[in-house]
Design a protein around this ligand. Structure first.
Ligand code: HEC
Length: 151
């Protein structure tokens, strides 16, 4: 059982490497020190990819920076989710960061964009979890968007 688990972790680490990682992780994987799950795992919005506290920060940031032109409803619902399903949160993050706020694109700290997305995910009905939505590009690329079952 442990061997199977290790083989799985090694395979995951290798997959992460193939995607983007440097040699440092290769040696740690070879040495048998499994990388922390957050390093290589790909996880889904359906399994909790932001925290409730982060969504609260994001709500305030949305009101302050987006609320003059948008309501959250524009970015919620099955249409929004299906439009983004199969992509990673990085894609959504980069789109928003490169275009918004409309009058000053890219002007907010990365953390604030991440918090705003956490808030929008909450409004979509995705579950909160134990760990925050990351703000770095590599971390965001590991979170996959999936549509919630249609209601
Ligand atoms: C000054 C008004 C204004 C502000 C502030 C603003 N937006 Fe927008 N936003 C727009 C307009 C106008 C469009 C449509 C632009 C277009 O279609 O080219 C838009 C489009 C969008 C889209 C859709 C982009 C696409 O191509 O699908 C998203 C997502 C978005 N805004 C998110 C945000 C977020 C998040 C914030 C806050 C960080 C924000 N906006 C702040 C005016 C604004």
């Amino acid at each position: 059982m442990r061997r199977l688990l290790f083989a799985l972790l090694a395979a995951l680490a290798a997959a992460g490497l193939a995607a983007s990682r440097g040699a440092a992780q290769a040696s740690s994987a070879r040495a048998g020190a499994p990388a922390a799950p957050a390093d290589t795992a790909v996880w889904s919005l359906l399994s909790g990819a932001y925290t409730a506290a982060q969504a609260r920060r994001g709500e305030a940031a949305f009101q302050e920076n987006c609320g003059g032109c948008h309501t959250p409803v524009e970015f919620t619902g099955y249409g929004f989710q299906r439009g983004w399903a199969g992509r990673t949160v990085r894609d959504l993050f980069e789109l928003v960061r490169s275009l918004m706020p409309f009058d000053r694109p890219g002007s907010l700290p990365r953390q604030v964009y991440a918090d705003i997305l956490a808030f929008l995910f909450e409004r979509n009905g995705y579950p909160a979890g134990e760990r925050e939505l990351p703000a770095d590009s590599a971390g965001l690329a590991r979170v996959r968007i999936e549509a919630l079952p249609e209601k």
